[in-house]
Design a protein around this ligand. Structure first.
Ligand code: CA
Length: 242
């Protein structure tokens, strides 16, 4: 796959419902991707071993080997660990989404999904795999047209050019989410990213820190979005967000 284009990316669809698999295939091909389908988890693992795809669209409810188990096995093996995974789940399966993200899946959509949203997710994941973050020099991350700057070296955050006062934990949470913008991360993932550095966090205290962080980010506060039942995401202003 070339560094900047998602066309010609080879995606593997793991989905036991033929109509849904065909729908995804159709739209992926229209985007210029090369799509194959496997109708079960075991067949998918075999196919992936033979040919490593650029991305896997993984249904979680599969007849033989569930999607979470497929994800776990892929993430355990050296050769398949780095293949991006977008999960497809039924509504109300938040605990599965959380489990999948913590196993290392990149993103998810819930059924019924709009093909447009799914394609946006696939392209987002493919892009993220090849693109660098909007960094200036060193560990400076520049977001939202320059109106939010996170400087990891100086531990400084600027909103509209003005320095704001974040605690170490708030800074850690912002940095973790903003450098993965557009991607939901669970509370446990957030805790793991800042844990031990300066504080002990629980699921509830994450919420308290996020609330404080939002207030301090002023007009950008709403960029730190709550995803019900799953976790938090730094919004990347995609118009097609579900
Ligand atoms: Ca299914």
């Amino acid at each position: 796959m070339s560094a900047t284009t998602t066309a010609k990316a080879e995606i593997l669809i793991v989905e036991d419902e033929p109509e849904i698999a065909e729908l995804i295939e159709f739209h992926a091909q229209r985007e210029g991707m090369i799509a194959r389908t496997c109708h079960s988890g075991r067949l998918a693992l075999e196919a992936i071993r033979k040919q490593i795809p650029d991305l896997i669209v993984l249904d979680l409810m599969l007849p033989d080997l569930g999607g979470l188990e497929v994800c776990r096995r892929l993430k355990q093996a050296e050769e398949t660990r780095n293949i991006p995974i977008v999960m497809v789940t039924a509504k109300g399966e938040e605990s599965d989404i959380v489990a999948g993200l913590e196993l290392g899946a990149d993103d998810y959509v819930t059924k019924p999904f709009s093909p447009r949203v799914l394609m946006a997710r696939l392209k987002g994941v493919l892009r993220r795999n090849t693109e660098e973050l909007p960094r200036e020099d060193g560990n400076r991350v520049v977001l939202l047209g320059g109106s939010l700057v996170i400087d990891a070296d100086r531990h400084e955050t600027l909103v509209d050019g003005n320095k704001i006062d974040l605690t170490l934990t708030e800074f850690g949470i912002l940095q973790y989410l903003a450098t993965r913008k557009g991607f939901v991360r669970t509370r446990d993932q957030i805790i793991a990213s800042v844990h031990g550095k300066h504080t002990v966090l629980s699921n509830r205290t994450v919420d308290v820190h996020v609330t404080a962080l939002r207030r301090k980010l002023l007009r950008h506060g709403e960029c730190v979005e709550t995803v019900r039942g799953v976790g938090y995401r730094f919004a990347d202003a995609r118009a097609d967000e579900a």
